[in-house]
Write a protein that binds this ligand. Structure first.
Ligand code: ADP
Ligand code: 2PG
Length: 369
């Protein structure tokens, strides 16, 4: 296996361990929930999670609200709404309205199964009275471009929303709710995932069983296990990617240059400050290009940087694979213009997986020989 193939194999193993389908099947096999009267799946991994729930409860009606292009393979009878991400659009309002209606209309002894994954914040929205779609999109765009982390983004979203931060389930009049969530946030808190669309206020008037069924830590553990099965030595496994990419790249480069041969795995979700009129890329492609710069001239390290959802920013690449031989000075211009995607594509360094059916933030996997 080439080093590049090995990196892709390790990434695939990490993603598979947190796949929407396996996460839901395993959770409901380990601890079953009551037969749902309705299944609501919302987020980028909604289709995969819904498929697993449908296999267990084939008669339950299903509503899927997911990103454009992410509903392939959905159960035939499912009601599907596709919407925009990371900045919401009219369809996000349609998704939010439909979710609200389903929850509101459930009868007194009903059970609701909520399947939540990252992206739900933008994909389904119901603005507080007096706010328009334009109010919400301009706020989201400003926060995204300012490098705000997901906690700051979601605090603002909860204030403007009538269905986030536990407000959706506050309108549930049934008997019980099971929320299964795939975490794409630091700390794996249900209040933050999808801005808390599947969370409940402190003492809900129904039986509530919330569970985190997949996370970045679970993905990294699978990467490490697969690598060790191949005889590699683990040097670092850490969830430290929670800073600006310009701060993170030199730190990782130092660790790799000074460290022993073997496997280095980092997880998290770095932030990016975008220039006006950014080019093509995402935070993983930008971080990959920074690492190519910082590792330039080295011969013993190869690094994969990718989003586990398979779509890095508004592009069709998951991320990139770089090494010390890739860098050229034109990379500086690509970095300034936030155009890493074009630069990496021209050098056949992009990693394209297509939507993966899960989303547990990002992975940096490095092999030092
Ligand atoms: N041209 C670009 N270069 C680098 N980062 C970008 C670019 N365009 C968008 N981004 C970043 O992509 C992120 C949104 O990507 P996305 O993968 O959809 O989000 P998430 O993984 O949080 O769901 C934002 O952090 C944004 O700053
Ligand atoms: O939906 C959201 O609020 C967040 C966190 O779950 O996900 P994303 O960063 O994909 O928008």
């Amino acid at each position: 296996m080439t080093p590049r193939d090995l990196l892709v194999t390790l990434f695939d193993a990490g993603v598979k361990a947190v796949s929407g389908e396996d996460a839901v099947t395993n959770a409901l096999t380990a601890k079953p929930c009551p037969t749902p009267d309705h299944i609501i799946a919302v987020g980028k991994a909604a289709t995969a999670m819904a498929r697993a729930a449908h296999a267990l409860f084939p008669d339950a009606p299903i509503l899927i609200v997911t990103k454009y292009g992410h509903s392939g393979g959905a159960p035939e009878a499912a009601e599907i709404i596709e919407a925009a991400h990371p900045v919401l659009d009219d369809n996000s309002l349609a998704g939010g309205a439909r979710i609200s209606a389903v929850v509101r209309d459930m009868h007194a002894d009903s059970h609701l199964l909520m399947l939540v994954s990252g992206g739900a914040s933008a994909l389904a929205e119901n603005p507080m009275a007096g706010l328009t779609l334009a109010d919400m999109t301009s706020k989201a765009q400003a926060l995204l471009a300012s490098g705000a982390d997901i906690h700051a983004m979601n605090a603002a979203r909860k204030e403007m929303s009538a269905i986030k931060g536990g407000k959706l389930l506050a309108g549930f009049g049934g008997a019980s709710v099971t929320t299964l969530a795939i975490s794409d946030v630091e700390g794996d808190s249900l209040d933050v995932i999808g801005s808390g669309i599947g969370a409940a206020p402190k003492t809900p008037g129904f039986d509530f069983d919330p569970r985190i069924v997949a996370s970045n830590a679970i993905a990294r553990a699978a990467v490490v296990k697969t690598a060790m099965d191949q005889g590699l030595t683990l040097q670092v496994n850490a969830e430290t990617l929670y800073d600006d990419i310009n701060a993170i790249a030199p730190q990782i480069a130092e660790t790799l240059k000074n460290g022993a041969p073997g496997l280095y795995v980092f997880g998290g979700e770095p932030t990016v400050i975008l220039p006006p009129n950014p080019g093509q890329g995402g935070r993983n492609q930008a971080l990959a290009l920074l690492l190519a710069r910082d590792m330039a001239g080295t011969a013993d390290v190869r690094i994969l940087v990718a989003g586990t959802d398979g779509t890095d920013g508004p592009t069709d690449a998951a991320g990139a694979i770089v090494d010390g031989a890739l860098w050229e000075d034109s990379g500086h211009f690509a970095l300034e213009r936030a155009d890493a995607g074009i630069w990496l594509d021209a050098r056949a360094a992009l990693l394209k997986t297509g939507p993966t059916g899960t989303n547990v933030m990002d992975l940096v996997i490095a092999l030092k020989s």
